[in-house]
Structure formats: structure tokens, C-alpha cells
Design a protein. Structure first.
Length: 393
């Protein structure tokens, strides 16, 4: 009979034991699942005096340690399960959550994340938001100022362990001094500073991450408060930034700020496929792989049913801007519609020479359309896109 228990867990490792009582001298393995997906395995063969003293598990060498490499980010929470490799049955205390570790300070401005997965009119939406007196956006370089993404990446680097190093990189004042690398003191060479060694990792991952995050949040907030003054928006309650679907900024924003609003801009995957092929000069296989990854992520986000997320089709923003802008205003709980002229928005979309809506109808062959509609049937149905058969009926 298989038995075992998780004794301790942190963002860098899991400790416990596992054994087969019917074969007390055999060594078994455990499987670690992260958010339902297999992360790795560990062999339970470490000596354990407590198990040896039981007298029923052979020599007692049934302990295991599973190390996360790299350690789990403090910017989000994780659901973890530790199972017996042979049966997929969880160990005792084998299901647990590693919670996010960033707190919230009082805040006056809240972030709006405009999340895009492709070339789908993110600039149009940012322009609409920036035109409102209650929203601040850095309207330069196609609204490409992404402070949250920059500082989120910096935070991850600062709290991730470094490798074995005999000296601090950049200590000589050379070019290396301007390169941000993982903390060299958050490394095995310095484990002896604390007993047990895991305390060193817990300090840098737990105690240090909160004040660093708070400092980065303060920089981001003060930047937009200063920008609000220059734009004559002294009472603005939001700032808006674009972010990629897979940016760490999405996690950083939710952990650093108490209230976040995210607008995920959608595109018909058939049109997106045309754009990928035309703009990126990739093969159809590469275009399909990129599109599959993005659509899968969006579907997963939609199924989370978060109150702080609005899914907006770029086709609606371009073809029915009045309705789209009103929906955004309701989502942001603004007392009025966004202060953007829908006709100006239409003209801007045309001037930007964005791919036309429904271009897939003329650019794709029938077999290509059928393949895309089979591949992305869930996405098309979930977000109300017509299939070719229905659209032609």
C-alpha cells in the first residue's frame, strides 16, 4: 500500500516522503503537478530517521525533495498537487496552494491593461482611452510605454536565485555593472549563512519581494500622476498601458494594485492567420502554431470568468465604435461615455491601414477556412464569430 506525506513546501522546493508499505525496501517516485500540468518527478530515497524508527518501512530512506528551477514567481499563486507516480493518488497534504506574496498599499490611480495578442487595433483602443479626462496614457511611440512590464521583469530577476558565483557581477565597474542579473547572493554558495539553508531562499523570495514590488509600484504610479498633471487631468483615476497576452505585467498589476481593469482585445483567428502570414513572413505552420497558443490562452482567460476583465472584439471597436465605447465606459464604471468621437476612431483605423475585417473570406481557400474553423471552433463560438457556413447561408 502506497503512503506518504508532504511535510513542507515553499516557492523553491517541496519536502516530504513516499513509500510502499507492502515493499518497505523499494524506492518509489512522486509526480509534481503545477496548476494541473506535470512539472516534474522526484525519487523518494533520502534517509529519514523518523521513518526508520517506525520499523515498518525498511531502512527509512524514503524522503524526497523536489526543487523548482527556477523557483515559482512571487507575482502569482499556484495550485500544486504531489502524487504517487504509480497511481496518481495525492500524498497526504499533497494538495495545496502557494499564495501570491505581494500586499497592497493605498492607491489613487488604478491600471487599465489593454491586452493584445496580435496586430488587432490596440493603438485605436489606447487612443480612445487617452482621450478621456479620467484616464492617463503616455501617447508616444504608438502608446508603447510599458512601465509595468519593465518593472515586473526586473522584480522577477531580483527575486530569482543566481547561480554559483565567486564575486558580484559588475563589481569592477565595467559594462557588466549595467546588466541586471539574478541576485548572486541568492545562491547555493551562501546557504551556510542561515540554518536551515532554505531560510536564505525564503528571505529573498518572500521578505524581499514585497518591498521591491512596493517600490516599483510607487515609481509607476508617480510617473502617471506626474503625467496626469502635465495633461491637465489632475483628477484622473486610471492609467492605461498596452501589454502582450503573455507579459508578466498582467500578474504584476493584479498583485501590486488592489483594483485592476483589463481589456482583452480579440480578433477573428481567420483574419489573424492572414495577418501572420503576410506580416511576419512565416510559414503556414508557424502562423498556425502562434495563433493556436494565443487563442488557447484567451479561451482559458475567458473561462476564469473574472469580474475585472472585459473581452472586446476589435471588429466591434472598428465597425460599431459607439456601442463598443459605451461598453467600455460601463466596465470602467465611468459616469459618462468615453470622450472619444466614434467618427474620429473610424477614420484613425482607416489611416492606420489595419488589416480589413473579414479579409479571410477573399484570401483563404475553402480548405484553409475549414481547417481554421475546426481548430478554433471553441474560440469562434465563445466570442460570437460566425462560421463560414452560417455566414453564407
Amino acid at each position: 500500500m502506497l503512503d506518504g506525506r508532504v511535510d513542507a513546501f515553499a516557492r523553491h522546493s517541496i519536502h516530504g516522503w513516499a513509500a510502499d508499505a507492502d515493499r518497505p525496501d523499494a524506492r518509489v517516485e512522486v509526480v509534481v503537478l503545477l496548476d494541473g500540468h506535470t512539472q516534474g518527478r522526484a525519487r523518494a530515497d533520502h534517509p529519514r530517521e523518523d521513518l526508520q524508527m517506525l520499523g515498518t518501512l525498511g531502512d527509512g530512506a524514503h524522503g524526497f525533495v523536489y526543487a523548482f528551477d527556477p523557483p515559482l514567481s512571487p507575482l502569482r499563486s499556484y495550485e500544486i498537487t504531489v502524487c504517487h507516480a504509480g497511481t496518481d493518488e495525492p500524498l497526504r497534504v499533497g494538495r495545496f496552494t502557494v499564495a501570491a506574496e505581494i500586499g497592497h498599499a493605498p492607491e489613487r490611480m488604478r491600471p487599465i491593461m489593454v491586452t493584445v495578442a496580435a496586430r488587432t487595433g490596440g493603438v485605436d483602443l489606447m487612443r480612445s482611452l487617452a482621450g478621456d479626462p479620467g484616464i492617463v496614457a503616455a501617447d508616444t511611440r504608438a502608446y508603447g510605454v510599458k512601465l509595468m512590464n519593465y518593472y515586473a521583469r526586473a522584480l522577477e530577476v531580483l527575486v530569482v536565485p543566481g547561480g554559483r558565483a565567486s564575486a558580484c557581477p559588475g563589481a569592477d565597474g565595467g559594462a557588466g555593472a549595467y546588466v541586471l542579473t539574478p541576485n548572486p547572493f541568492h545562491a547555493p554558495d551562501y546557504e551556510r549563512l542561515m540554518t536551515p539553508p532554505r531560510l536564505l531562499y525564503e528571505f529573498f523570495q518572500n521578505q524581499s519581494s514585497a518591498p521591491i514590488c512596493a517600490a516599483f509600484k510607487a515609481v509607476v504610479t508617480q510617473f502617471y500622476e506626474t503625467l496626469a498633471m502635465h495633461q491637465g487631468k489632475r483628477l484622473a483615476g486610471y492609467f492605461a498601458e498596452q501589454c502582450d497576452l503573455f507579459d508578466v505585467a498582467r500578474n504584476f498589476a493584479r498583485l501590486a494594485f488592489r483594483e485592476v481593469r483589463e481589456i482583452v482585445l480579440l480578433q477573428d483567428p481567420r483574419d489573424a492567420y492572414c495577418s501572420y502570414r503576410a506580416l511576419w513572413f512565416g510559414t503556414p505552420t508557424q502562423a498556425m502554431a502562434t495563433l493556436r497558443r494565443a487563442c488557447h490562452q484567451i479561451v482559458e482567460l475567458r473561462r476564469e470568468s473574472r469580474d475585472d476583465t472585459l473581452f472586446l472584439r476589435c471588429e466591434d471597436l472598428r465597425l460599431r465604435p459607439e456601442t463598443a465605447l459605451a461598453e467600455i465606459a460601463r466596465f470602467l464604471t465611468l459616469e459618462r461615455a468615453l470622450a472619444t468621437d466614434p467618427q474620429t476612431l473610424r477614420a484613425a483605423a482607416e489611416d492606420a491601414m489595419l488589416p480589413s475585417v473579414g479579409q479571410w473570406r477573399t484570401e483563404l481557400e475553402t480548405d484553409e477556412i475549414a481547417l481554421l474553423e475546426r481548430e478554433f471552433a471553441d474560440y469562434l463560438a465563445l466570442f460570437g464569430y460566425d462560421m463560414a457556413e452560417r455566414a453564407s447561408a
